[in-house]
Design a protein around this ligand. Structure first.
Ligand code: PEP
Ligand code: MG
Length: 364
């Protein structure tokens, strides 16, 4: 009886809401759970999570520690079939719904071991000296990793990594299409702050696509778009939109960089800010309408002015917060994306926003 009432509420919600609800999912299991909750696609597949599995982490480390291009290519060739199989699984689970796959985002040191013991093990597995592993880990260490060598910066300095991922996505799409499974891949570039960055990565994506197409003899339909999560990207959104099929707001990083609050350290002072009323809510949970929200509105306006058919989504944690959903609805996004278990809440919140019950025009 409870489920029937829940299903009815969801049906009503879907009748009224005007924005889509997708999910953030990295595995076929999460994708299937989210579909059951009514997700209409994947708005964010974080590919880095796929590299932590038992069978991959060694290859990933081999790739990171590679002394030259040849050995890096060998490690990437080992990762390609694994990554391709991941995408096939996700495309199968989503059966024709759009799937936004983000190219590698975190700094490489996150994949390296941290203790001496682990260094020893890794060195012997790779047949290199302990010193070599320790030196490379030291080279990769950054003072501010969140503002450092990550996102598209990684794709620009180590283009082979993104080449492999794009190949895996498009080959998986071709494989599914050959088996009559519909696929709608959307390749997403993270941490773009300038149109030049997006253009540099897009050029490589097109080159890989052209090569695969030539071999397979068939064009693989795809979109190529960007995350909007660096404040500068909001300010030059018009230029960026001319080279993007879609925008997806990464409101976690956008909040971090707009406030200058580190996501990893905010817990040290946020409780005091909340207690003393310097902030009314945690801006990482509910979008900050006057500040971060203003950048979002600007980017939507300028992005759509440059490219009226620009598809716009949100894939930060805020996509599952009802009051933030009301804000995004009012700002004019096409969809929000959130974790699988928040999908029903987002569907309801989107319907309430469409009925004018939200707080979209004020502070979220
Ligand atoms: C974001 O920054 O909002 C985002 C979705 O990416 P991540 O949380 O993985 O940095
Ligand atoms: Mg981010």
């Amino acid at each position: 009886a409870i489920f029937r009432r829940f299903a009815k509420l969801m049906r009503w919600s879907d009748e009224f809401r005007t924005i889509g609800v997708r999910t953030n999912a990295d595995t076929p299991h999460d994708a299937a759970v989210a579909r059951a909750f009514g997700a209409e696609g994947i708005g964010l597949c974080r590919t880095e999570h796929m590299f932590f599995g038992e069978d991959r982490i060694a290859l990933m480390r081999q790739m990171i520690l590679a002394p030259d291009h040849e050995s890096r290519d060998r490690a990437l060739a080992g990762l390609l079939p694994l990554q391709r199989a991941d995408f096939v699984g996700i495309f199968e689970a989503m059966r024709g719904l759009p799937v936004t796959i983000r190219l590698l985002d975190p700094p490489l040191h996150e994949f390296l071991p941290t203790t001496e013991d682990q260094f020893e093990k890794l060195a012997s597995a790779l047949g290199v000296s302990w010193r070599r592993v320790a030196e490379r880990a030291e080279e990769l260490r950054e003072a501010n990793p969140m503002l450092g060598h990550r996102g598209c910066r990684l794709g620009i300095t180590f283009p082979e990594i993104y080449d492999m991922q794009v190949r895996a996505i498009l080959e998986a799409a071709a494989d599914c299409t050959a088996r009559k499974i519909r696929v709608r891949p959307e390749i997403m570039v993270p941490l773009v702050g300038s149109v030049e960055e997006l253009q540099a990565v897009s050029l490589r994506i097109e080159a890989v696509a052209a090569e695969i197409q030539q071999k397979g003899g068939r064009k693989i339909q795809r979109l190529v778009g960007t995350m909007i999560e660096v404040p500068r990207a909001c300010l030059v959104a018009g230029e960026i939109a001319e080279h993007a099929d879609f925008f997806s707001f990464g409101t976690n990083d956008l909040t971090q960089m707009t406030f200058g609050f580190s996501r990893d350290d905010v817990a040290k002072f946020l409780p005091t800010y909340l207690e003393r009323g310097l902030l009314r809510v945690d801006p990482f949970s509910r979008v900050d309408a006057p500040g971060v929200g203003r950048l979002i509105r600007l980017a939507i306006e300028e992005g759509r002015a440059a490219r009226p058919d620009l598809k716009i989504g949100v894939c930060g944690e805020h996509g599952g917060d009802p009051q933030s959903v009301a804000f995004f609805h009012a700002a004019g996004v096409d969809y929000v994306s959130c974790s699988p278990f928040r999908v029903p809440v987002a569907r309801l919140a989107a319907a309430q926003a469409a009925r004018g019950a939200g707080t979209g025009s004020g502070t979220a």
